[in-house]
Design a protein around this ligand. Structure first.
Ligand SMILES: N[C@@H](CCC(=O)N[C@@H](CS)C(=O)NCC(=O)O)C(=O)O
Length: 302
């Protein structure tokens, strides 16, 4: 072993001169050119990306006064959108008679969440916050005559579905079934990409679901939660045509969107279960579909 005092002293000047000597050599110059090229390409791509982003925003800002630009994922094969939050928002826009155009070039905005909107030059995200802003702006376009207690029931149902039922559906889709059924629900052109992404991000997804809690449960336990929530939803619905009233309210947008995922975009056995055990929910879904999605078939991807 070398004695400490016998070790050669570290001299930064010497290191620098051997690096610069190496860089002056033929291979050093070649490496330098490659690095410079890669850096310039990276900067170029970033600048081009920013420019395209700027151009898109210019275009969206010209959609017209009070016209919503709804940024969301492309249509699914079984239903108009595989994001329940995007489907909720689009359903709300239809219910409220608000003019909108759809963009699928940038489905996740600056908060990296789908959906988001551009509205009168402003960018807004989160389906609930967006519905609230639009409701204020358009002077409560849905004429709801609900008591505070009914509003509370509506909110509780919406939060149950958006924050818990949706997690159970996503967990079944992406982890328990490893995306096998989802592949059939996305347009053909994205199938290979979905398979690669699922393989690549599978452990990250598992970790995410474990962190939020749902990932700690078995398939049987997850389905137990799902069945219990569908039962609760059917009990709140009772024999009313819509969730809380004889006419639809804002809460129906969330119910319809989450129910769509459960029936059409979770798993074939889940769809069979709902059809055989929850006729009232199926009829409710048909009622909403007929009223607000007469173009349902045209809104399905190949
Ligand atoms: N609370 C949000 C939820 C939106 C949301 O989670 N969207 C999903 C798609 S279904 C998403 O963008 N996920 C991407 C991510 O979380 O990184 C809303 O209501 O808009």
């Amino acid at each position: 072993m070398m004695h400490r005092s016998a070790m050669p002293a570290f001299r930064p000047g010497a290191v620098w001169s051997s690096v610069s000597e190496c860089a002056r050599g033929e291979s050093g110059r070649r490496v330098g050119k490659v690095l410079l090229g890669a850096a310039l390409l990276g900067i170029g791509l970033k600048v081009y990306g920013r420019y395209r982003r700027y151009q898109r925003r210019q275009r969206w800002n010209q959609a017209g006064k009070d016209v919503v630009v709804l940024h969301q994922f492309e249509r699914g094969t079984n239903c108009p959108n595989l994001s329940p939050f995007a489907l909720k928002l689009e359903t709300f826009l239809r219910m409220a008679g608000i003019k909108y155009v759809v963009d699928t070039e940038e489905p996740q905005g600056s908060r990296n969440k789908c959906p988001w909107i551009t509205f009168n030059g402003q960018e807004l995200s989160d389906s609930e916050l967006i519905i609230d802003v639009l409701t204020q702006h358009f002077g409560k376009p849905l004429k709801e005559k609900l008591t505070p207690a009914e509003h509370a029931v509506g909110r509780a149902v919406q939060v149950m579905l958006d924050e818990h039922t949706a997690l159970a559906v996503f967990y079944k889709r992406y982890v328990l079934d490893r995306g096998c059924y989802m592949v059939k629900c996305v347009p053909k052109k994205y199938r290979a990409l979905l398979v690669i992404l699922t393989l690549f991000f599978f452990s990250a997804m598992k970790k995410f679901f474990y962190t939020v809690g749902m990932g700690r449960f078995s398939e049987e336990e997850t389905m137990f939660f799902l069945r219990r929530e569908l039962r609760a939803l059917e009990d709140v619905l009772g024999d009313k045509p819509f969730l809380l009233d004889s006419t639809p309210t804002t809460y129906d947008a969330a119910v319809f969107a989450q129910l769509t995922q459960v029936i059409y975009a979770c798993a074939p056995e889940v769809e069979r279960y709902v059809r055989s055990s929850h006729g009232a929910l199926i009829q409710y879904h048909e009622r909403m579909k007929d009223k607000y999605w007469p173009d349902w078939e045209q809104c399905r991807a190949e």
